[in-house]
Design a protein around this ligand. Structure first.
Ligand SMILES: [Cu+2]
Length: 127
């Protein structure tokens, strides 16, 4: 993991074991140099979802949203991935997590040095 990236302490609630993630919609987020697509991610409060983060660039990026991950109920298998509030996605890689989002508005950025200044900011709106 890149040492130049800021991380956060996140201790999310774990989603109930009976949560049906198998039939949850898959929502894709693209990370590029230097942007998130979509820039504003819209999700539904309380609805299980699979988030697929794909880095289409040739450099490392992350999706840092500590407030969002803290408020969500995260699938047990995804908890280690969100534990530092920022999901690292290597060049050309895809990382998937499963969670149940909680209502609210949350900030997103990439904490790799300088990337926010270059445009890697976004938001999540959960209604
Ligand atoms: Cu970045």
């Amino acid at each position: 993991m890149a040492s130049c990236a800021t991380t956060y302490d996140v201790d999310p609630r774990i989603a109930p074991a009976a949560t049906d993630f198998a039939s949850a919609p898959r929502v894709e987020v693209r990370l590029d140099s230097f942007s998130f697509e979509p820039r504003t991610l819209g999700l539904q409060d309380g609805q299980p979802v699979t988030l697929a983060f794909t880095n289409v660039s040739d450099g490392g990026h992350n999706f840092a949203a500590p407030g969002f991950f803290q408020a969500a109920q995260v699938a047990q298998s995804s908890a280690p991935i969100v534990a530092n509030g920022a999901i690292e996605v290597g060049a050309g890689d895809t990382v998937e997590i499963q969670l149940i989002p909680s209502r609210g508005g949350y900030d997103v950025d990439c904490t790799h040095t300088g990337h926010t200044l270059l445009g890697m900011t976004g938001s999540i709106v959960v209604r």
